[in-house]
Design a protein around this ligand. Structure first.
Ligand code: PMT
Length: 223
């Protein structure tokens, strides 16, 4: 007998996905390799579960999943404003790869190379930590789920983020290796919570997203 899928009916689920681009001047930016595939698959799985889903998406070339309301943003500052503007929600899932630093100032015109100059120093400032702010918000969702993209010591760094950002769950994936993390169609996740963990995959991101959503709905405290 197959187990019935958990239902998200009646829930409002907020998901972030994709990279952020931090402009340096009108032609250059700081970005990262997130394609949005993982977060979009999570949003699609959430909509399939019957939830009302809002997806805050960084700059990616992906179609909007069926039944999902999408808000497009570019920078970490815009993502911060869009996500906080969508609270309250029952669940927040932060799958976006938000830039940790942004140029202090955006140059109004293209920065030119000068004769004899050997380099360029950028003055960067920290971006707001969207996930930590959502977890500490007066309208905190009942479940706040982060992602952790790590190259090594995956469990140690993921558990550190779980505690420091006051999350309920964190889905850790290895980056910098083929077949998981950024850009790939496949991934493998280990989801951690204070007194437990569960390994999901390796599998296509579309399949993993469904399994992650099941786990999230299983661990959602009664509202
Ligand atoms: O988009 P794909 O190509 O499919 O790749 C998927 C993915 C690798 C991007 C995804 O699975 C993933 O791991 N997303 C999180 C990437 C990341 O930025 O991880 P982090 O360990 O640097 O950040 C930890 C958490 O804090 C994340 O939930 C992030 O959304 C959040 N954060 C980080 C910085 C910041 N200023 N605000 C945040 O909310």
């Amino acid at each position: 007998m197959t187990q019935a899928k958990a239902s998200g009916a009646g829930l409002r689920i907020l998901v972030s996905a994709g990279p952020t681009y931090e402009d340096i001047d009108p032609v250059r930016f700081i970005g990262n390799r997130s394609s949005g595939k993982m977060g979009f698959a999570v949003a699609e799985a959430a909509a399939r579960s019957g939830a009302r889903v809002v997806l805050v998406a960084g700059p990616v070339a992906l179609p909007t999943p069926p039944g999902v309301t999408r808000l497009d943003v570019r920078s970490a500052a815009q993502m911060h404003e869009a996500v906080l503007g969508q609270l309250p929600a029952d669940i927040y899932i932060g799958a976006a790869a938000v830039a940790d630093f942004t140029p202090r100032q955006v140059a109004g015109s293209k920065i030119k190379k000068r004769e004899g100059e050997s380099g360029l120093t950028l003055d960067l400032v920290r971006t707001p930590d969207i996930l930590a702010e959502v977890a500490g918000h007066a309208a905190r969702p009942r479940l706040v789920v982060g992602f952790a993209a790590e190259t090594d010591e995956v469990e140690r760094y993921a558990r550190d983020k779980l505690a420091r950002k006051r999350l309920d769950l964190i889905a850790a994936n290895r980056v910098g290796v083929a077949g998981s993390g950024f850009e790939s169609d496949d991934n493998a996740l280990t989801v951690y919570w204070t007194d437990g963990q569960r390994a999901l995959g390796p599998a296509p991101k579309t399949v993993l997203a469904g399994q992650l959503l099941e786990l999230i709905l299983e661990r959602l405290p009664a509202g």
